[in-house]
Design a protein around this ligand. Structure first.
Ligand code: SPV
Ligand code: MG
Length: 288
């Protein structure tokens, strides 16, 4: 099977990924026209009601990645956090993600257990560069048979280690064989990311997650060059939370569902998202 994500990266167009925490949100993202799905650790953690701090098991995230990949045609990029341990854990799990249908994995250079990146005062401790190079090499080796894209993510700016450290780590990760580099930032303006992009020698293309600096538009990202992928990393769960809060409050306020009914998607829309039509067609064909 050809890796369509790899083809898109090679084509030079800016790839947009939307987050998902289940197959339904992934299907909605595909329907909206995103190029691929971000199987986000943050979103899945939030969906389980727990912090994004290495609390969910590998199996929980792997199973959700598989369930998502089974329901969409666009490529799925799996957020494997720190790789659930050391390079041996990475070697052990990356093939499983590829077999689950992931087109790419993103692995970050924080210590296990990690803390989420955008939390004020979060624990942001990085592993040694050599150790992370070993993890990247393990991921490449385990993914080779599947043509898996390996994206190395540095948290140097998240950990306040500065541009030089971020550039040094990026270069070391590209040297270790990473296909792309995700550079994460928690600054409220794009300045830090713009400065990094300008200094980046372009050894491998970059991946951005503009959650903290939402003013950086796709047009601006294209203008910067060197950036292959933009990830909208938590907009499915935030949209879901906003929509549920609003509807639940309205039902309580109105004392029934009589007012909201016309404002929310009809049950038939959900049937469509469940592909009930295809099942009905199959019933005609196979049920005797
Ligand atoms: C995620 O969506 O799980 C991410 C992006 O890794 S962030 O939450 O910003 O770390
Ligand atoms: Mg994550």
């Amino acid at each position: 099977m050809t890796n369509t994500l790899k083809e898109k990266v090679t084509s030079g167009q800016l790839i947009t990924l939307m987050s998902a925490h289940n197959p339904l949100s992934a299907r909605l993202a595909e329907e909206a026209g995103f190029d691929g799905i971000w199987a986000s650790g943050f979103e899945l953690s939030a969906a389980y009601g727990v912090p994004d701090a290495s609390l969910l098991s590998l199996t929980q995230h792997l199973d959700m990645t598989r369930a998502i990949a089974e329901q969409v045609a666009v490529p799925v990029v799996a957020d494997i956090d720190t790789g659930y341990g050391n390079a041996i854990n990475v070697l052990h799990i990356v093939g499983a993600y590829a077999r689950a249908g992931a087109a790419a994995i993103v692995i970050e250079d924080k210590v296990f257990p990690k803390d989420t990146s955008l939390l004020a005062g979060g624990r942001q401790e990085l592993v040694r560069i050599e150790e992370f190079q070993g993890k990247i090499e393990a991921a490449k080796a385990a993914g080779a048979a599947y043509d898996l894209v390996v994206i190395a993510r540095t948290e140097a700016l998240i950990a306040d280690l500065g541009q030089d450290e971020a550039l040094k780590r990026g270069a070391a990760y590209a040297e270790a064989g990473a296909d792309l580099l995700l550079i994460h930032s928690k600054q409220k303006t794009p300045d830090e990311i713009v400065a990094f992009t300008k200094s980046w020698p372009g050894t491998v293309p970059l991946v951005l997650v503009p959650t903290a600096y939402p003013d950086l538009t796709e047009a601006m990202i294209r203008g910067l060059g060197k950036i292959a992928i933009v990830i909208y990393a938590n907009h499915a769960i935030r949209a879901a939370v906003g929509a549920m809060r609003e509807v639940f409050a309205a039902i309580k306020r109105d004392g029934g569902i009589h007012k909201v009914d016309r404002k929310i998607p009809a049950v038939e829309e959900i049937f469509d998202l469940q592909r009930v039509g295809a099942m009905k067609a199959a019933e005609k064909k196979y049920l005797r």
